[in-house]
Every structure is written in C-alpha cells, then in structure tokens.
Design a binder for this molecule. Structure first.
Ligand SMILES: NC(=O)c1ccc[n+]([C@@H]2O[C@H](COP(=O)([O-])OP(=O)(O)OC[C@H]3O[C@@H](n4cnc5c(N)ncnc54)[C@H](OP(=O)(O)O)[C@@H]3O)[C@@H](O)[C@H]2O)c1
Length: 270
C-alpha cells in the first residue's frame, strides 16, 4: 500500500484526490477546520486526519512531526491547500501579499522540507495553477505565489538530483468552492476600491462563473494519478485547454502579450 499526504484535503481538488487515494493507500489528510474531521474520516479507515494551518508555522512543523511518528516513508506528498488573494496592485497591502505567499508558497516549502527525509525515492506533487504563467491582472498575488512555488520546487528537483521527484500540476479553471471563497475573502472588501470599481465587479462576477463553468475536478485527479503512477513523471502538466493556451501565450514577447491582455480586458470590462 502506498502512503500519501495531502494538504487541503477538506475541499475541491484535495478532497477529490483524498477520495481517489483512500481506496488504494494510506492517506494523511490535512485540515484547518476541526469540524471537517468527520468528513475526512468518512472516506475510509485508511485516512489519518492531521491539523495544519498554512498561515501558522508551528502547526506546519507539528503536522510534519505527527506524520513522522506514524510512518517511516511517504510515497507521495500532494500540496493542494491554497487560496486566492485578488485586487489591484495600486492598493495591494504588503500584508495581503504576504498572506498569499504564506498559504500558497512558504507553507508548502516548510512542510515539504519537514517531510523530505521520508520522501527519498518518492514524489512531491504540487497543485500549482495556470496562473503561474503570469498573464492575469487583478489576481497578481495569486499568480506570483504560484510562479514562486514552481521556481522553488523545480530547483529542489534539480538540486536533489532526482532523489525526490517533483511535479507541478497546472490546472486551468476547475469547478470548486475556491472561487466562491475568493469572492467572500476579497471582493466584498474590494467594493471599497473606487479606482477599480468596474474591474473588481467584473472579477467577482467572473470568479463566481468560474466556480460553476470550470472543468470537473476529475480532470485534475486523472492527471495527478498519471504523474503518481509513473517512475519518471514530467516536471509539469497543464490541465485544460485554458491552461494550455495560457502556457502558449506566456511565451510571447512581454509587450505583445501586454497588448493582448489589455485588449482582452477592454473588451470584457465595460
Ligand atoms: N479551482 C481552480 O480553478 C484551481 C485552478 C488551478 C489551481 N488550483 C489550486 O488547487 C488547489 C486546491 O484548490 P481548490 O480549487 O480545490 O479550492 P478549495 O476547494 O477552496 O480547496 C482549498 C483547500 O485548501 C485549504 N486551505 C485554504 N487555506 C488554508 C490554510 N490557511 N491552512 C490550511 N488549509 C487551507 C482549504 O481548507 P477549507 O476547506 O478549510 O477551506 C481547502 O481544503 C489550490 O492550491 C488552488 O490554488 C485551483
């Protein structure tokens, strides 16, 4: 039986992966809200819930210690916890930017470092995003946190000489609660932003649509399963047509790309 560790296992992509892997392996499943522990346990007796809050370093090291006491080996660590910090850069506070990096980047590094001794010959699969291609204004904190995640972990892959395989999964828009949460967490307060009122209204509306029109989480599960099953997986996988297009666009010269992005925004935000 393989041993998996999944953060962000209480919702969306992480929960779908928990459901998949609980049938075939032991799964350590991360939660930040204790009310969701019963839900995690309902996925079977192979599930071992553990508490972790990606904004609190002491809980990250305690989570790694807890897992190390229970097992001597992890086959696959899946870093899936994440959130979206949105807003115009002009009014972005350093505090919000720091929060975004804590949840999406720094915490994953600290947790992975804490478990590295158990991951010899194993895999780290990060749920990154097409946002890491860096082409989406008004969610630049999110884009930057994912790009940083990819750069840091790709270095880990190279530096460890393949002792640990590292894979970045870059989904496009997936139908999960992430988008509704992002509206609650960002756009209610951003209504105050009078400089970018129209843009913020558009972003909120678009986020709510994303939560419904996105691809099914199964598409991400399929790609993660494939990467997990291969001895030598690719270091990066995009999921969805939008993610593939974002990758192609990101290779254009920056000024040409900026012109296209500005035209796209102008056409959509009236
Ligand atoms: N949905 C998409 O379109 C999409 C596209 C590309 C990439 N992704 C990435 O996929 C990953 C999973 O997102 P999702 O779409 O499945 O969203 P989701 O349904 O909101 O799941 C996010 C998970 O992260 C957990 N989480 C958030 N903040 C946390 C914190 N401070 N400490 C501990 N756990 C925390 C959430 O816990 P709670 O259940 O307590 O909220 C939840 O389990 C994220 O990294 C996201 O960036 C999503």
């Amino acid at each position: 039986m393989k041993t998996y560790v999944i953060t962000g296992a209480t919702s969306g992509i992480g929960e779908a992966l928990l459901k998949e892997f609980a049938g075939v392996g032991i799964v350590f499943a991360g939660y930040r809200n204790s009310q969701k522990v019963e839900k995690l346990k309902s996925y079977g007796e192979n599930v071992i819930p553990f508490y972790i809050d990606m904004t609190k370093p002491d809980t990250i090291s305690a989570a790694a210690d807890f897992i190390k006491k229970k097992t001597g080996k992890i086959d696959t660590l899946i870093n899936a916890a994440g959130c979206v910090v949105a807003g115009a850069v002009e009014n972005l506070s350093a505090e919000r930017l720091r929060y975004q990096f804590e949840v999406n980047t720094f915490s994953h590094l600290a947790f992975s470092q804490g478990l590295l001794s158990l991951l010899e010959g194993g895999k780290i699969i990060n749920i990154s995003s097409m946002s890491g291609f860096g082409i989406f204004p008004f969610i630049s904190p999110y884009c930057a946190s994912k790009r940083a995640l990819d750069i840091i972990f790709n270095s880990l892959l190279i530096e460890t000489g393949g002792r640990v395989k590292v894979v970045s999964i870059k989904p496009g828009v997936i139908a999960t609660p992430l988008w509704e949460k992002s509206v609650e967490e960002n756009f209610e307060s951003l209504k105050e932003d009078k400089t970018y009122e129209k843009e913020m209204a558009f972003m909120a509306e678009n986020a709510l649509k994303n939560g419904k029109k996105g691809l099914d989480v199964r598409k991400v599960v399929e790609v993660v399963k494939k990467a997990d099953s291969l001895k030598n997986p690719k270091s990066s996988y995009t999921v969805g047509r939008d993610a593939k297009l974002a990758e192609i666009f990101s290779k254009l010269p920056q000024d040409l790309l900026n012109t296209l992005i500005k035209a796209g925004l102008k056409a959509r935000i009236k």
